[in-house]
Design a protein around this ligand. Sequence first.
Ligand code: GLV
Length: 320
Amino acid sequence: MKPKVYITRKIPDEIVTKIEMECEIRMWNEPEIPVPREVLEKEIADAEGLFCLITETIDRELLEKARRLKVISNMAVGYNNIDIKAAKEKKIIVTNTPGVLTETTADLTFALLMATARRLVESSDYLRRGDWKTWSPMQLTGQDVYGATLGIIGMGRIGTALARRANGFDMKILYHNRSRKYQIENELNVKFAELETLLKESDFVCIMTPYSNETKGLISTRELSLMKNTAILINTARGGIVNEDDLYLALKKGTIWAAGLDVYEEEPISQDHPLLTLPNVVTIPHIGSASVKTRLKMAELAAENMMLVLKNEQPKNVVG
Ligand code: GLV
Protein backbone atom coordinates (compact mmCIF):
# COMPACT_ATOMS: atom_id res chain seq x y z
CA MET A 1 0.00 0.00 0.00
CA LYS A 2 1.29 3.46 -0.90
CA PRO A 3 1.92 5.84 2.03
CA LYS A 4 -0.57 8.66 2.43
CA VAL A 5 0.74 12.18 2.10
CA TYR A 6 -0.84 15.57 2.44
CA ILE A 7 0.31 18.53 0.34
CA THR A 8 -0.75 21.88 1.78
CA ARG A 9 -0.90 23.87 -1.47
CA LYS A 10 -1.37 23.31 -5.17
CA ILE A 11 2.10 22.50 -6.50
CA PRO A 12 3.18 22.03 -10.14
CA ASP A 13 1.63 19.02 -11.89
CA GLU A 14 4.98 17.49 -12.80
CA ILE A 15 5.90 17.27 -9.11
CA VAL A 16 2.49 15.85 -8.19
CA THR A 17 2.97 13.18 -10.86
CA LYS A 18 6.31 12.18 -9.36
CA ILE A 19 4.92 11.94 -5.84
CA GLU A 20 1.91 10.02 -7.11
CA MET A 21 4.12 7.22 -8.39
CA GLU A 22 5.02 6.38 -4.80
CA CYS A 23 2.36 7.93 -2.58
CA GLU A 24 -1.35 8.34 -2.18
CA ILE A 25 -1.88 12.08 -2.38
CA ARG A 26 -4.33 14.45 -0.83
CA MET A 27 -3.74 18.10 -1.65
CA TRP A 28 -5.14 21.53 -0.82
CA ASN A 29 -5.84 22.53 -4.39
CA GLU A 30 -5.70 26.32 -4.11
CA PRO A 31 -2.65 28.14 -5.46
CA GLU A 32 -3.18 31.42 -3.58
CA ILE A 33 -5.11 30.51 -0.43
CA PRO A 34 -3.43 28.74 2.49
CA VAL A 35 -5.01 25.59 3.81
CA PRO A 36 -7.36 26.45 6.72
CA ARG A 37 -6.12 25.22 10.06
CA GLU A 38 -9.14 22.96 10.63
CA VAL A 39 -8.55 21.22 7.29
CA LEU A 40 -4.90 20.70 8.10
CA GLU A 41 -5.81 19.34 11.54
CA LYS A 42 -8.08 16.80 9.92
CA GLU A 43 -5.70 15.84 7.13
CA ILE A 44 -2.66 15.45 9.36
CA ALA A 45 -4.38 12.78 11.46
CA ASP A 46 -3.88 10.08 8.86
CA ALA A 47 -0.96 11.32 6.79
CA GLU A 48 2.45 9.68 6.90
CA GLY A 49 4.06 12.50 4.97
CA LEU A 50 3.37 16.23 5.05
CA PHE A 51 4.57 18.52 2.26
CA CYS A 52 4.14 22.06 3.56
CA LEU A 53 5.09 25.69 3.04
CA ILE A 54 6.24 28.47 5.37
CA THR A 55 2.63 29.66 5.50
CA GLU A 56 1.66 26.69 7.68
CA THR A 57 2.30 26.79 11.39
CA ILE A 58 3.25 23.28 12.37
CA ASP A 59 3.09 23.57 16.13
CA ARG A 60 2.89 21.10 19.00
CA GLU A 61 -0.89 21.26 19.12
CA LEU A 62 -1.14 20.27 15.47
CA LEU A 63 1.44 17.53 15.83
CA GLU A 64 -0.55 16.04 18.72
CA LYS A 65 -3.19 15.23 16.13
CA ALA A 66 -0.76 13.40 13.86
CA ARG A 67 -1.03 9.69 14.55
CA ARG A 68 1.14 8.30 11.76
CA LEU A 69 3.28 11.19 10.57
CA LYS A 70 6.89 10.29 9.73
CA VAL A 71 8.07 13.33 7.84
CA ILE A 72 7.40 17.03 7.52
CA SER A 73 8.96 18.33 4.33
CA ASN A 74 9.08 22.12 4.25
CA MET A 75 9.39 23.64 0.78
CA ALA A 76 11.75 26.37 2.07
CA VAL A 77 15.18 26.72 3.53
CA GLY A 78 13.82 28.42 6.68
CA TYR A 79 11.81 26.27 9.08
CA ASN A 80 10.81 28.61 11.88
CA ASN A 81 7.19 27.73 11.06
CA ILE A 82 7.77 24.26 12.51
CA ASP A 83 8.14 23.29 16.16
CA ILE A 84 11.27 21.20 15.66
CA LYS A 85 11.41 20.12 19.31
CA ALA A 86 7.84 18.81 19.25
CA ALA A 87 8.53 16.99 15.96
CA LYS A 88 11.66 15.41 17.39
CA GLU A 89 9.81 14.22 20.47
CA LYS A 90 7.32 12.52 18.17
CA LYS A 91 10.17 11.07 16.09
CA ILE A 92 8.99 12.96 13.02
CA ILE A 93 11.79 13.88 10.63
CA VAL A 94 11.80 17.47 9.38
CA THR A 95 13.41 18.36 6.05
CA ASN A 96 14.00 21.62 4.16
CA THR A 97 15.32 22.77 0.79
CA PRO A 98 18.68 24.51 1.18
CA GLY A 99 21.16 25.02 -1.65
CA VAL A 100 18.79 25.13 -4.60
CA LEU A 101 17.60 28.65 -3.75
CA THR A 102 20.90 30.23 -2.74
CA GLU A 103 21.78 32.10 -5.94
CA THR A 104 18.21 33.15 -6.69
CA THR A 105 17.77 34.60 -3.21
CA ALA A 106 21.13 36.36 -3.38
CA ASP A 107 20.08 37.84 -6.75
CA LEU A 108 16.87 39.18 -5.25
CA THR A 109 18.70 40.58 -2.23
CA PHE A 110 21.10 42.45 -4.46
CA ALA A 111 18.24 43.62 -6.69
CA LEU A 112 16.40 44.95 -3.63
CA LEU A 113 19.56 46.65 -2.42
CA MET A 114 19.99 48.41 -5.76
CA ALA A 115 16.31 49.27 -6.10
CA THR A 116 16.30 50.84 -2.64
CA ALA A 117 19.59 52.68 -3.12
CA ARG A 118 18.49 54.19 -6.42
CA ARG A 119 14.81 54.67 -5.52
CA LEU A 120 13.56 52.64 -8.48
CA VAL A 121 10.01 52.06 -7.29
CA GLU A 122 9.54 55.65 -6.15
CA SER A 123 10.97 56.91 -9.46
CA SER A 124 8.70 54.68 -11.50
CA ASP A 125 5.66 55.86 -9.53
CA TYR A 126 6.77 59.47 -10.00
CA LEU A 127 6.89 59.05 -13.76
CA ARG A 128 3.57 57.20 -13.98
CA ARG A 129 1.84 59.86 -11.85
CA GLY A 130 2.92 62.47 -14.38
CA ASP A 131 5.21 64.32 -11.94
CA TRP A 132 8.21 64.22 -14.29
CA LYS A 133 8.32 67.74 -15.71
CA THR A 134 12.03 68.21 -16.31
CA TRP A 135 15.50 66.79 -15.59
CA SER A 136 16.91 68.44 -12.54
CA PRO A 137 20.22 68.16 -10.67
CA MET A 138 19.11 66.64 -7.35
CA GLN A 139 15.88 65.01 -8.51
CA LEU A 140 15.35 61.47 -7.08
CA THR A 141 18.97 61.18 -6.07
CA GLY A 142 19.92 58.01 -4.21
CA GLN A 143 22.97 56.34 -2.70
CA ASP A 144 25.90 54.82 -4.58
CA VAL A 145 26.33 51.07 -4.48
CA TYR A 146 29.65 50.74 -6.28
CA GLY A 147 32.51 51.02 -3.80
CA ALA A 148 30.21 51.33 -0.75
CA THR A 149 30.51 49.27 2.45
CA LEU A 150 28.23 46.27 2.77
CA GLY A 151 27.54 44.68 6.15
CA ILE A 152 26.22 41.12 6.01
CA ILE A 153 24.63 39.74 9.16
CA GLY A 154 24.74 35.95 8.81
CA MET A 155 27.42 34.49 6.57
CA GLY A 156 25.72 31.27 5.53
CA ARG A 157 25.14 30.11 1.98
CA ILE A 158 23.08 33.10 0.89
CA GLY A 159 25.25 35.63 2.72
CA THR A 160 28.28 34.19 0.95
CA ALA A 161 26.54 34.34 -2.44
CA LEU A 162 25.69 37.97 -1.72
CA ALA A 163 29.33 38.74 -0.90
CA ARG A 164 30.33 37.27 -4.27
CA ARG A 165 28.00 39.70 -6.02
CA ALA A 166 29.23 42.61 -3.90
CA ASN A 167 32.81 41.87 -4.98
CA GLY A 168 31.76 42.67 -8.52
CA PHE A 169 30.71 46.12 -7.30
CA ASP A 170 34.02 46.66 -5.56
CA MET A 171 32.30 46.91 -2.20
CA LYS A 172 34.11 46.75 1.11
CA ILE A 173 32.46 43.82 2.86
CA LEU A 174 32.01 43.31 6.61
CA TYR A 175 30.21 40.35 8.10
CA HIS A 176 28.95 39.27 11.45
CA ASN A 177 28.30 35.64 12.25
CA ARG A 178 28.20 33.34 15.26
CA SER A 179 31.44 31.74 14.08
CA ARG A 180 34.31 33.09 12.00
CA LYS A 181 34.43 31.91 8.38
CA TYR A 182 38.13 32.04 7.67
CA GLN A 183 37.99 30.44 4.24
CA ILE A 184 35.32 32.87 3.05
CA GLU A 185 37.29 35.77 4.53
CA ASN A 186 40.26 34.80 2.38
CA GLU A 187 38.38 33.86 -0.75
CA LEU A 188 36.00 36.81 -0.90
CA ASN A 189 37.95 39.50 0.88
CA VAL A 190 35.36 39.95 3.62
CA LYS A 191 36.19 41.06 7.16
CA PHE A 192 34.64 39.84 10.39
CA ALA A 193 33.19 42.61 12.57
CA GLU A 194 31.32 42.81 15.84
CA LEU A 195 27.68 43.69 15.22
CA GLU A 196 28.13 47.19 16.57
CA THR A 197 31.08 47.94 14.29
CA LEU A 198 29.25 46.51 11.30
CA LEU A 199 26.22 48.69 11.98
CA LYS A 200 28.33 51.82 12.44
CA GLU A 201 30.47 51.38 9.35
CA SER A 202 28.15 49.93 6.73
CA ASP A 203 26.32 51.83 4.01
CA PHE A 204 24.14 48.78 3.46
CA VAL A 205 23.19 46.28 6.14
CA CYS A 206 21.77 43.02 4.81
CA ILE A 207 20.12 40.55 7.15
CA MET A 208 20.88 37.01 6.06
CA THR A 209 20.52 35.04 9.27
CA PRO A 210 17.87 32.46 10.21
CA TYR A 211 15.07 33.46 12.56
CA SER A 212 15.37 32.08 16.07
CA ASN A 213 15.01 33.15 19.70
CA GLU A 214 18.52 34.48 19.35
CA THR A 215 17.80 36.69 16.33
CA LYS A 216 14.27 37.82 17.20
CA GLY A 217 14.29 41.63 17.34
CA LEU A 218 18.04 41.66 16.65
CA ILE A 219 17.61 44.98 14.86
CA SER A 220 15.73 47.35 17.14
CA THR A 221 16.03 51.03 18.10
CA ARG A 222 19.50 50.71 19.60
CA GLU A 223 20.94 48.95 16.56
CA LEU A 224 19.21 51.30 14.11
CA SER A 225 20.58 54.29 15.98
CA LEU A 226 24.11 52.98 15.47
CA MET A 227 23.67 53.02 11.69
CA LYS A 228 24.62 55.97 9.47
CA ASN A 229 21.78 58.29 8.56
CA THR A 230 22.59 57.54 4.92
CA ALA A 231 22.49 53.77 5.50
CA ILE A 232 20.05 51.29 4.01
CA LEU A 233 18.69 48.19 5.71
CA ILE A 234 17.79 45.19 3.56
CA ASN A 235 15.87 42.22 4.96
CA THR A 236 15.23 39.14 2.86
CA ALA A 237 15.58 36.69 5.79
CA ARG A 238 12.66 36.78 8.23
CA GLY A 239 10.58 39.74 9.36
CA GLY A 240 10.82 39.09 13.09
CA ILE A 241 14.56 39.74 13.07
CA VAL A 242 13.74 43.45 12.76
CA ASN A 243 11.43 45.26 15.16
CA GLU A 244 9.05 46.88 12.66
CA ASP A 245 7.77 49.59 15.00
CA ASP A 246 11.34 50.66 15.70
CA LEU A 247 12.18 50.51 12.00
CA TYR A 248 9.20 52.68 11.11
CA LEU A 249 10.30 55.36 13.57
CA ALA A 250 13.91 55.21 12.39
CA LEU A 251 12.85 55.66 8.77
CA LYS A 252 10.36 58.39 9.58
CA LYS A 253 12.85 60.34 11.69
CA GLY A 254 15.72 59.89 9.24
CA THR A 255 17.84 57.82 11.66
CA ILE A 256 18.51 55.63 8.62
CA TRP A 257 17.94 56.52 5.00
CA ALA A 258 15.82 53.70 3.60
CA ALA A 259 14.86 50.04 3.86
CA GLY A 260 14.23 47.27 1.36
CA LEU A 261 11.95 44.60 2.76
CA ASP A 262 10.92 41.23 1.39
CA VAL A 263 9.80 39.77 4.72
CA TYR A 264 7.60 40.96 7.60
CA GLU A 265 6.72 40.18 11.18
CA GLU A 266 3.31 39.13 9.92
CA GLU A 267 2.77 37.91 6.37
CA PRO A 268 1.02 39.14 4.40
CA ILE A 269 1.74 42.57 5.93
CA SER A 270 -1.51 44.40 6.56
CA GLN A 271 -2.43 47.05 4.00
CA ASP A 272 -2.65 49.71 6.69
CA HIS A 273 0.77 48.98 8.18
CA PRO A 274 2.61 52.28 8.77
CA LEU A 275 5.70 51.02 6.92
CA LEU A 276 3.68 51.04 3.69
CA THR A 277 3.11 54.78 4.00
CA LEU A 278 6.80 55.63 3.73
CA PRO A 279 8.37 56.55 0.38
CA ASN A 280 11.80 55.35 1.57
CA VAL A 281 10.67 51.74 1.91
CA VAL A 282 10.84 49.35 -1.02
CA THR A 283 8.46 46.58 -0.17
CA ILE A 284 7.97 43.26 -1.96
CA PRO A 285 5.96 40.18 -0.99
CA HIS A 286 8.47 37.52 0.17
CA ILE A 287 9.75 36.64 -3.30
CA GLY A 288 13.40 35.89 -2.47
CA SER A 289 13.45 32.46 -4.11
CA ALA A 290 10.75 33.20 -6.66
CA SER A 291 12.24 32.27 -10.03
CA VAL A 292 10.46 29.65 -12.11
CA LYS A 293 13.46 27.33 -12.13
CA THR A 294 14.22 27.66 -8.42
CA ARG A 295 10.68 27.18 -7.24
CA LEU A 296 10.49 24.00 -9.33
CA LYS A 297 13.77 22.81 -7.86
CA MET A 298 12.51 23.52 -4.34
CA ALA A 299 9.27 21.61 -4.93
CA GLU A 300 11.22 18.73 -6.43
CA LEU A 301 13.66 18.58 -3.53
CA ALA A 302 10.87 18.80 -0.95
CA ALA A 303 9.08 15.92 -2.71
CA GLU A 304 12.27 13.88 -2.88
CA ASN A 305 13.07 14.41 0.81
CA MET A 306 9.57 13.37 1.80
CA MET A 307 9.61 10.24 -0.37
CA LEU A 308 13.06 9.18 0.84
CA VAL A 309 11.89 9.20 4.46
CA LEU A 310 8.77 7.26 3.51
CA LYS A 311 11.00 4.61 1.89
CA ASN A 312 13.08 4.49 5.08
CA GLU A 313 16.01 6.04 3.27
CA GLN A 314 18.14 9.00 4.31
CA PRO A 315 16.64 12.31 3.11
CA LYS A 316 19.01 14.86 1.57
CA ASN A 317 18.31 17.65 4.04
CA VAL A 318 17.35 16.97 7.63
CA VAL A 319 16.95 19.82 10.10
CA GLY A 320 17.08 19.83 13.89
C1 GLV B 1 11.85 31.27 2.17
O1 GLV B 1 11.72 32.23 2.85
C2 GLV B 1 12.63 30.14 2.54
O2 GLV B 1 12.98 30.02 3.73
O3 GLV B 1 12.93 29.31 1.67
